[in-house]
Design a protein around this ligand. Structure first.
Ligand code: C2E
Ligand code: MG
Ligand code: MG
Ligand code: MG
Length: 283
């Protein structure tokens, strides 16, 4: 909190939204209209095989292209969207865009195995989320294996019968499930075993200081080993350097995502990345 203070003084929109009621009210109203005004855009960030270095998937990351503020990061509006319930229509929109996009890439013959979409706990708790996923797959004619969903560890800690049922239904559709930001919550991997999960995303906070920080090296190694022995695929987030990537590869982590490979980019920029890779592989 203290760390952010300096930044907040410079631009009003990065201030803590709960601190200023007027600003918050304005933002909420703008957020309410943003969908209708077509101000959201889905960016895509490459997920690569650490073995081959090739793009195998992408994560969808929403951006709000605000008429005055420019590109607003999801960290600034997702919490408000969750509090107001707006995350339900917004999340559905992201899912639909992502399904349409991955189907298009797939139909165009690009070698991409999935797009991974972030899902808020609010969507799971307060909407018929499994029905929404099914409806979008039908509507977009997207094959279910092209879609993966990311749920943060904190969401699944309240791992009620209802949540388990929603996950089971989604899994039954053939959509894969990943746990985001793993290691930041307090769940154990064995506890997660109750859920039909496919993938664990090692949180970027454990990747940042690899390979020199021995605590983080031990944590990343332990998460990877335990997750894989339980049958999960493992991806590391926030890979920025070649040293981090080679450490992760050395411990047997299968996938990586981060600025080393690509920043999150627009769909058309991501298409260019896929095209470049396709040309490279033909050589
Ligand atoms: P996340 O799902 O954990 O996504 C990873 C975040 O790390 C993204 O931030 C990404 O841009 C950033 N990142 C990727 N590689 C690197 C790297 O090498 N170094 C560093 N320092 N950062 C990296 P972004 O796009 O700002 O998204 C922040 C969070 O907002 C996401 O965290 C996710 O929790 C949430 N979010 C984004 N899009 C959606 C969405 O459509 N729905 C929901 N419910 N949440 C979303
Ligand atoms: Mg994510
Ligand atoms: Mg994450
Ligand atoms: Mg993260």
């Amino acid at each position: 909190q203290v760390k952010n203070k300096g930044k907040n003084n410079h631009c009003f929109y990065s201030a803590d939204l709960s601190q200023n009621a007027v600003e918050r009210f304005t933002l909420e109203n703008q957020l309410r209209r943003a969908l209708a005004r077509d101000q959201f855009e889905v960016y895509y960030q490459a997920q690569v095989s650490l073995e081959t270095g090739r793009i195998i998937g992408a994560e969808s990351l929403i951006r709000w292209i605000h008429p005055e503020l420019g590109v607003v990061s999801p960290a600034k509006f997702i919490p408000l969207a969750e509090e107001t319930g707006l995350i339900i229509p917004i999340g559905e929109w992201v899912l639909r865009q992502s399904a349409m996009q991955v189907k298009e890439w797939h139909d165009q013959g690009f070698d991409i195995d999935w797009v991974s979409v972030n899902v808020s706990g609010v969507q799971i708790q307060r909407s018929n989320f499994a029905d929404t996923v099914y409806g979008i797959l039908v509507e977009t004619d997207c094959e279910s294996h092209l879609l993966e969903l990311e749920i943060t560890e904190s969401t699944v800690m309240h791992n009620t019968e209802y949540v388990i049922d929603v996950f089971d239904r989604i899994k039954h559709l053939g959509v894969r499930l990943a746990i985001d930001d793993f290691g930041t919550g307090y769940s154990s991997l064995s506890h997660l075993k109750r859920l039909p999960l496919d993938k664990i995303k090692i949180d970027q906070s454990f990747v940042r200081d690899l390979p020199n920080n021995s605590d983080d090296a031990a944590i990343a190694t332990a998460i990877n080993a335990m997750a894989q022995s339980l049958g999960f695929t493992v991806i590391a987030e926030g890979v920025e350097t070649r040293q981090q990537a080679s450490f992760l590869k050395k411990i047997g982590c299968q996938q990586g995502q981060g600025y080393l490979y690509s920043r999150p980019v627009t769909a058309s920029e991501f298409t260019a990345l896929l095209r470049a890779e396709q040309l490279n592989n033909k050589k």
